[in-house]
Design a protein around this ligand. Structure first.
Ligand code: PEP
Ligand code: CO
Length: 412
């Protein structure tokens, strides 16, 4: 825990920050980042915020997906992930008839919160892997030592992914998002638009705060309030309705539509007990939040040394999410998934295609288990059928004008 460099108010708690070994080097890196252009354009960020507002109002659905942790040098895999995300969005849009707002967990998803600061193997204790923007996954002292220069590489890799997304000419395929965890990086990329005077987090279109860093008096929540980007907060089973009301008061007191998304990740076995009260109390406070279901992070199990997830539990949490919102008259606003466009064996599908025995075959994730391409498409079809029964709210889509296709307008 350390103070946040550059934060305007002292004594904010900044959880999950690396112990950078060399303060001078850190300063050189953040100085360099401050000279670089924002990775995303203010206009695109504003456009996305309006689309999130549409979804919050019950007139669209958000589809957010990508790997748990991106790794450097994986542009080709990212392209396949984006292609799969695009196909998922098509299925969801066609079957549910909701416009779909597609957002990748990519072009910046290089820092991970961890449950423990160190990892032990055969009596050797080293810093835990915190994502490619911080240190290396390989278990040796050099790789695991946090290196601030990795943040420059994270910027370059993000820029390359963004160029790839825009490379198909007329329109980009999705917006970008990542967990705004690493405050040295995020603060160094904040820009003020001279035209509008608005403050932009320049590292991605949409950002989110993780379950481990959502303390209302913490530095991450403060950062979310400071910038104009649409922001999401992950909500785990320990969150109370009062926590959410406080979070809303701190990040979006003005009730700006599209600003705040709440991504619930409660677990298939707990969502029915926990979600209804959270939704009811937030609805009563009148804040225009978008509710999104992350059916991955509350359903992580272990199989030996591996983390796994079961398709049956992922589907069960999505089904409960949609049913609870339908019952309460609120809009089930979208899905947040960890997935890839490749054939990996990290989630067990229960239909025998990937079973426990196959897990070692292609278990390549840098962090949490992802849906493979077929599993991701299966979840999209499953969700599409559920959303087909969700009533669209407000005016008819025609009267709203834009009925955006998956992907929406260009990122840059
Ligand atoms: C994640 O999205 O990879 C993650 C760490 O999620 P959470 O903060 O919900 O645990
Ligand atoms: Co994860």
């Amino acid at each position: 825990m350390s103070a946040v460099p550059g934060a305007p108010v002292g004594a904010l708690r900044a959880e999950q920050q690396p112990d950078w070994p060399d303060a001078d080097q850190l300063r050189r890196v953040t100085d360099e980042l401050r000279t670089r252009p924002a990775l995303v354009r203010q206009d695109d960020v504003t456009a996305l915020r309006h689309k999130v507002a549409q979804a919050a109002a019950g007139r669209a659905v958000l589809l957010q997906g990508g790997p748990c942790a991106e790794t450097f040098g994986s542009l080709a895999e990212t392209e396949r992930t984006v292609a799969t995300l695009g196909r998922m969005a098509e299925v969801l849009a066609r079957v549910s008839s909701f416009p779909v707002v597609t957002v990748g967990r990519l072009a910046g998803q290089y820092a991970k919160p961890r449950s423990r600061p160190t990892e032990e193997r055969d009596g050797v204790v080293l810093p835990v892997y915190r994502g490619d923007a911080v240190n290396g996954a390989v278990f040796n002292a050099v790789e695991r030592s946090p290196d601030p220069r990795r943040m420059l590489r994270a910027y370059d890799e993000s820029a390359a992914v963004l160029r790839g997304l825009g490379a198909d000419g007329a329109s980009a395929t999705c917006y970008t998002s990542h967990e705004a965890l690493l405050l040295d990086y995020e603060n160094a990329l904040v820009r003020t638009d001279p035209r509008t005077g608005r403050t932009l987090a320049g590292s991605g279109h949409m950002l989110w705060i993780g379950e481990r860093t959502r303390h209302v008096d913490g530095a991450h929540v403060h950062f979310a309030r400071r910038v104009d980007n649409p922001f999401a907060v992950k909500i785990g089973p320990s969150a109370t309705a009062d926590d959410l009301l406080e979070l809303i008061a701190r990040t979006n007191q003005e009730h700006t539509p599209g600003k705040l998304t709440l991504i619930t990740r409660l677990g298939a076995d707990r969502i029915d007990d926990i979600l209804p009260e959270l939704v009811e109390k937030v609805r009563l406070c009148g804040a225009p939040v978008l509710w999104v279901c992350d059916p991955m992070h509350g359903n992580t199990r272990t199989a030996g040394a591996l983390k796994i997830r079961l398709m049956s539990e992922i589907k069960a949490e999505i089904r409960s999410f949609v049913e609870i919102h339908r019952r309460l008259g609120t809009h089930p606003g979208g899905l947040h998934l960890e997935m890839t466009g490749d054939y990996v064996t990290e989630c067990v599908d229960g239909t025998g295609t990937v079973d426990d025995m196959d897990l070692m075959e292609r278990y390549t994730t840098a962090c949490d288990p992802r849906l493979n391409r077929d599993q991701a498409l299966e979840i999209a079809s499953f969700a599409a059928a559920l959303w087909a029964s969700v009533p669209e709210r407000g005016h008819s889509p025609g009267a709203l004008g834009e009925r955006f296709a998956p992907g929406g307008p260009a990122n840059r």
